[in-house]
Design a protein around this ligand. Structure first.
Ligand SMILES: [Zn+2]
Length: 392
């Protein structure tokens, strides 16, 4: 594989929507996204692939086997967050295209068809994150009239949303190369991350009640200040998450005070609690422990808002990627992904495998996002070898 082509290809697509400050913008539904999508299509054509843009804006590139219609899927996303970096998503799309160009050029007989996809709307957006991959897996809420209304605003009819699904019965697995978007590989000095699974996520609305009163006339001993209680609740969650360990993370944000007035003791605080982990049992344990303790602090209510189950990567793919890293004498780490990826949706229909490369200082979704080209090429080599083993 000609490594420099990956750099050239990524810089070529990243140039679309890049601002002076270095931030890249190919946000879902934007003109920049459409321009990027068309350029990726041209890129896939130049790599010798059969190409298509599907009804929800995913770009497909196919290298067909004459022996079997079974498919190995490879992919990542084309869209970015507002003012994102150049590596997030684009890495997997361009490195995937270069792997397929190389395999096509070698003239090797393919035992399986290689199906590369650059997805639309992986980042959070009005249609929900991992939009393009969920559409392909038939996971969109197409019976929800509100959802269809939003779809229409972006030019997607119900038929278009439905038509994007299907074809997955031929798929044998999905592989994705992505930057870690966290600091672990960089700080530990590892070159490759082999992902065991993508953490699950739950969000709750936590309401802490107190009693509102005059801030001048109510003595400290007579107060039931909802914000002071909320502060204790936040510290409690922080402590329990640390005690649980095992990469458990807990975050509180979006605090709203009622009333929010300088001279009034708040009577109610509403906030969002988010927990993430690879193990649902640990999330259950946290919530049980947390709800017991915070109810001793104040009158609290906890309402579930969002629940996404953890996703496991396929064990045989983890073993295969480990063998490849051993053979290539790479420093690798077996690790979970703390961020959501297209793999969350793909895993509903096929086994998935993910390869991470380091993000310097763990920074992502920012113009500061950085990975050395050496690391990019190493990741692409692991992806190439994985595709070769699965399809040749
Ligand atoms: Zn991404």
């Amino acid at each position: 594989m000609v490594h420099e082509r990956i750099k050239e290809g990524m810089l070529r697509i990243a140039a679309i929507g890049t601002h002076e400050n270095g931030g890249t913008n190919r946000v879902f539904g934007s003109e920049n996204f459409s321009a990027g999508q068309k350029e990726v299509l041209r890129y896939f054509e130049e790599c010798g692939l059969e190409t298509e843009i599907d009804t929800v804006g995913n770009v497909h590139g196919i290298l067909r086997s004459s022996e079997s219609d079974e498919e190995i899927w490879i992919g990542s996303h084309i869209d970015t967050v507002v003012n994102g970096g150049i590596y997030d998503g684009l890495l997997g799309v361009i490195a995937g295209a270069e792997c397929l160009r190389e395999i096509g050029k070698s003239g090797s007989r393919l035992k399986k068809t290689l199906h590369l996809v650059g997805t639309n709307g992986e980042e959070g957006n009005a249609m929900g994150g991992t939009f393009g991959s969920r559409a392909m897996m038939g996971l969109l809420p197409t019976e929800d009239p509100e959802y269809l209304k939003t779809g229409a605003e972006f030019g997607y009819s119900k038929e278009a949303l439905l038509q994007a699904s299907g074809g997955t019965e031929k798929a044998r697995c999905y592989l994705e190369l992505h930057i870690e978007q966290g600091p672990t590989l960089d700080t530990e000095g590892d070159q490759i991350g082999i992902v065991t699974g993508i953490v699950g996520l739950r969000r709750y609305r936590v309401t802490v009640h107190g009693v509102s009163n005059h801030s001048g006339t109510t003595m400290m001993k007579d107060r039931n200040d909802a914000l002071v209680s909320a502060a204790r609740v936040i510290l409690t969650g922080d402590r329990i998450a640390k005690e649980i360990g095992n990469n458990f993370v807990e975050t509180v944000s979006l605090l709203t005070l009622y009333p929010a007035s300088a001279a009034v003791i708040p009577e109610k605080v509403v906030m969002t609690l988010e927990i993430r982990n690879e193990d649902e049992a640990l999330m259950d344990r946290f919530m049980q422990w947390y709800s017991t303790e915070i109810r001793e602090i104040a009158d609290c209510e906890i309402e579930p808002l969002v629940s996404k189950a953890p996703v496991s990567c396929d064990e045989s793919l983890v073993v295969m990627l480990t063998e490849i890293c051993e053979e290539q004498k790479l420093r690798y780490r077996i690790m979970p992904s703390g961020a959501t990826h297209d793999g969350n949706a793909m895993a509903m229909k096929m086994p998935i495998g993910m390869i991470f490369i380091p993000s310097v200082r763990g920074i992502s979704h920012s113009p500061e996002e950085y990975t050395s080209w050496e690391d990019v090429y190493r990741g692409a080599d692991v992806l190439y070898e994985a595709i070769r083993r699965l399809a040749l």
